[in-house]
Design a protein around this ligand. Structure first.
Ligand code: UD1
Length: 342
């Protein structure tokens, strides 16, 4: 019988791509999502890609009674991938309690249910935000974490601690925390992708919405950083490559290949690209010209970060493979599909 994986936040951006990759690998997927930042139609589009509609339940994992009820009715879950979380950095500064409640309480509820219902394995969506602006680049898993710049970033850091301390105290639990760099792009079928509510905060959706005519111009936040062209540098990773790393992490836990009960991996490409390189890359990939304007730095932004991928490459046997321009093209194809542009 196929192993059963609970994907929380499975109708979201990274979650939906991961559901497809799990299904392709033969896993039986159950999705829980409260649809606070995603649409139910995502399930139909997952089915169009994989041929299988995942089992779905709509509830909030911060609700303990509903979470217990779910585990009572869903026996035999072998592992959890926990994506479900609030993720807007700016909103978290305005509503810190919302972020701590959503992101920390759901993590604690899941762990308590894992102990009660004997679900041994969990993969957690962490972020390179836990490194802040590192003193040395590239960033390895041993790079010290820094104080978070936002409540959102702090929830990632505290959730890592909740996870590692709970695992240290309970030998029957095993976890892998995956620290994502900057995910971008969409599925090559253009059936699933990133769909931000309102004005996009992240760079690539802002680029594609500008190309589609929804926004007048891209604001480049700062050209006075200590980088080759002065704009800030990130490690942008294709979302399908990222999704596949989750399948590798699940295989590792279920096959007992983990070296310790709490492991951490950086998921990036090892390459840094500046904001201006992203704009130029989009134009080169799509042939669409972009309006942009240099403005001041955005509060809380770091100057540059990219991953040392050695540990993930060697220990997981996984490597991000897709290039910048091909991925920007998938982001554009998705935006065109959503907006009905030919
Ligand atoms: C942020 C968070 C990260 C989170 C991610 C996803 C921090 C430090 N980083 O990443 O933890 O996982 O969002 O929500 O909190 N930019 C522009 N113009 C724009 C938008 C962005 O120039 O309109 C620039 C930014 O200044 C930055 C780069 O593009 O240099 C990438 O920005 P963004 O996509 O928002 O991601 P991060 O801030 O790196």
């Amino acid at each position: 019988m196929a192993a059963k994986i609970l994907v929380t936040g499975g109708t979201g951006y990274i979650g939906s791509h991961t559901v497809v990759e799990l299904q392709k690998s033969g896993y039986d997927v159950v999705v829980v999502d409260n649809l606070s930042n995603s649409n139910i139609e995502v399930l139909d589009n997952i089915e169009k890609i994989s041929g299988i509609k995942p089992t779905f339940e709509n509830f909030d994992l911060a609700d303990k009674a509903k979470t217990i009820d779910f585990f009572e009715r869903n026996v035999g879950i072998d592992a959890i991938i926990h994506f479900a979380a609030s993720k807007a950095v700016g909103e978290s500064v305005e509503k810190p309690l919302l972020y701590y409640r959503n992101n920390l309480v759901s993590m604690m509820n899941l762990l308590e249910c894992q102990l009660e219902f004997d679900v041994a394995n969990i993969v957690f969506s962490s972020s390179c935000t836990v490194y802040g602006q590192p003193d040395v680049l590239p960033v390895t898993e041993q790079t010290p974490r820094k104080d978070a710049e936002s409540p959102y970033g702090n929830t990632k850091r505290v959730n890592e601690d909740i996870l590692s301390e709970t695992i240290a105290a309970n030998s029957k639990l095993k976890a892998i925390a995956l620290r994502y760099f900057n995910p971008f792009g969409a599925h090559p079928t253009a059936l699933i992708g990133e769909l931000p509510l309102g004005v996009p905060q992240n760079l690539v959706p802002f680029i594609t919405q500008t190309a589609a005519g929804l926004r007048d111009e891209i604001k480049v936040f700062g050209d006075d950083y200590n980088t080759a062209d002065g704009s800030a540098v990130r490690d942008y990773i294709n979302v399908v490559d990222l999704a596949q790393a989750h399948v590798v992490a699940i295989n590792r836990l279920l096959r007992g290949k983990n070296k310790s009960n709490y492991e951490v991996f950086n998921l990036g490409t090892g390459n840094g690209y500046s904001v201006l390189e992203m704009i130029n890359g989009f134009e080169a990939a799509t042939g669409v010209k972009l309006n942009y304007k240099i403005v001041g730095r955005r509060a809380g932004d770091i100057e540059k970060i990219w991953a040392d991928t050695t540990f993930a490459n060697e220990e997981l046997g996984w490597k991000a493979e897709k290039g910048l321009e091909e991925t920007l093209l998938t982001a554009w194809n998705w935006e065109k599909k959503v907006r009905g542009i030919k």
